[in-house]
Design a protein around this ligand. Structure first.
Ligand code: AP5
Length: 218
């Protein structure tokens, strides 16, 4: 099964993708995570992406479609994939079609997380992750069970993203409205779009997504 999680910054795409990885053995392909790894490693892609990401602007289509193609090539064809943060433009949506069909894959679901944009700034500016395993946390909504210790790997170092400040978040939201939301009709025409209330509790969001993937009515 191949699915896209779609929604503005902070909608919960990464949170829900991680749960699907744990519960269903799917693979999460997050262009944001892959680009941050490239920035950290100082690769040519990372050098090209760094300033754009810090400003909240999109990285060129051919760069992100290139890294998605490489990531798909590393997977067995029957491995289920969650596209998290990709595609983000019409050009990327068309590239994804080609990347999938070249690899005998089909797109099964596009799940849009519907959220109240006003709440997203709080979600994003309160977000932090374990520096060791990447587990996600939030100052208000999901603190580690033991203060200062990661629930998953018991690491003690945490980090925050440089683009998680209010000004950049607002630019990222504007990019989403202008360039990403308009790709939905492509998938609506194929009847593969489902909508989930992304403002609900994380557990409820996960259950709603599971019901869609299992073909159960809401
Ligand atoms: P990317 O890393 O993809 O960032 P994003 O789309 O802005 O999404 P986020 O990771 O911020 O949010 P999320 O929806 O995953 O939310 P999360 O689950 O963490 O992209 C970063 C940059 O890379 C872009 O700006 C661009 O420059 C570049 N880029 C990436 N892909 C690209 C592409 N395809 N093309 C071009 N450029 C690209 O949740 C947020 C917080 O809320 C967490 O703390 C979480 O604990 C909490 N939370 C989640 N769900 C709930 C809930 N239901 N209730 C309460 N809290 C919740």
């Amino acid at each position: 099964m191949n699915i896209i999680l779609l929604g503005p910054p902070g909608a919960g795409k990464g949170t829900q993708a991680t749960r699907l990885v744990d519960s269903r053995g799917m693979v999460q392909l997050s262009t944001g995570d892959m680009l941050r790894a490239a920035v950290k490693a100082g690769t040519p892609v990372g050098l090209q992406a760094k300033a754009l990401m810090e400003a909240g602007a999109l990285v060129p289509d051919e760069v992100v479609s290139g890294i998605i193609g490489e990531a798909l090539d590393a997977l067995a064809v029957d491995t289920g994939v969650i596209f998290d943060g990709y595609p983000r433009t019409q050009a990327q949506a068309h590239s994804l079609d080609a990347l999938l069909s070249d690899r005998q894959r089909t797109l099964d679901h596009v799940i849009e997380l519907e959220v109240d944009e006003n709440a997203l700034v709080e979600r994003i500016t309160g977000r932090f992750t374990c520096a060791t395993c990447g587990e996600g946390y939030h100052d208000s909504f999901k603190q580690p069970k033991v203060q200062g210790e990661c629930d998953k790997c018991h690491g003690h170092e945490f980090k925050r993203r440089p683009d998680d400040n209010e000004e950049t978040v607002r630019t990222r939201m504007a990019e989403y409205r202008a360039k990403t939301a308009p790709i939905l009709p492509i998938y609506e025409a194929r009847n593969i779009v489902s909508r989930v209330d992304g403002m609900a509790d994380m557990e409820e969001v996960a259950m709603a997504i599971a019901a869609i993937l299992d073909g159960k009515p809401a």
